[in-house]
Write a protein that binds this ligand. Structure first.
Ligand code: CA
Length: 238
């Protein structure tokens, strides 16, 4: 397999050098751009598998680079790197079309995990045939290419996290997933599953996709976890 080719746009040279070295040790090829002008130029002229974008950069911000790439229709995965003081700006990062963000100072392993998740997600999507970009369960339909969800043809608006959770449940149709499996796949990292975050998000999803519809699709397996299934029909469709 070819080495994934990354662009890292970062004006803090010490951070850039350490991250570049770490990524190269883990099998990546890394171009480093020290400011937004060079970063924007490289991002638009060279092909990358993933772009890591610092937010505050000389000449052109990470936000501007990201927005301009998306306006040109570039689908490359983009992870925004933001300083703690810029945390409010992460929202605008998502508006500009970033796939994920990480807050400085970060643990290198966390960065690596996020890069791998983004690359895997992208590879999974692009290798599928167009018709595979639709997931269906009963009258619930998820379009993975334009990130829309409908039930009985009615558009349902989901947050990124709700969408990812629903996608996970739909891909595991009929199979029970524990809270820790869900948090590992949907939150993409192992975190303390003592929290009830998963239950909270399951409730958000239920309100949106099940509350006003029949049959109910999201089910609780007591003591085990959750699964998505149309239990009103027999298995002959699968
Ligand atoms: Ca910076």
């Amino acid at each position: 397999m070819k080495q994934p080719n990354l662009l890292f746009v970062e004006d803090e040279l010490k951070v850039a050098a350490a991250v570049k070295k770490g990524l190269e040790e883990n099998g990546f090829t890394v171009d480093h751009a020290p400011d937004g002008a060079i970063g924007g130029f490289l991002a638009e002229t060279k092909e990358y598998d993933l772009i890591l974008l610092d937010l505050n950069l000389p000449f052109k911000s990470g936000y501007e680079i990201c927005r301009s790439l998306r306006q040109k229709g570039t689908a490359v995965p983009i992870i925004m790197v933001t300083a703690m003081s810029d945390i409010d700006k992460k929202i605008s990062g998502f508006d500009a079309g970033a796939d994920d963000y990480i807050v400085k100072p970060f643990d290198f392993r966390e960065l690596l995990a996020r890069i791998r998740v983004s690359l895997k997600r992208n590879a999974g999507l692009t290798s599928e045939k167009p018709e595979d970009l639709l997931l269906r369960a009963a009258d619930l339909e998820m379009n993975l290419s334009d990130k829309t969800v409908t039930r009985q043809g009615i558009p349902i608006s989901l947050t990124v996290r709700e969408f990812n959770l629903l996608e996970f449940l739909m891909r595991r149709y009929g199979r029970v997933s524990s809270r820790s499996e869900i948090s590992e796949h949907v939150w993409e990292l192992n975190f303390d599953t003592g929290t009830n975050t998963v239950d909270v998000y399951i409730n958000f999803l239920r309100k949106k996709i099940d509350k006003n519809f029949e049959p109910k699709l999201i089910h609780t397996k007591s003591g085990m976890g959750y699964y998505l299934k149309d239990i009103s029909i027999h298995e002959h469709t699968h």
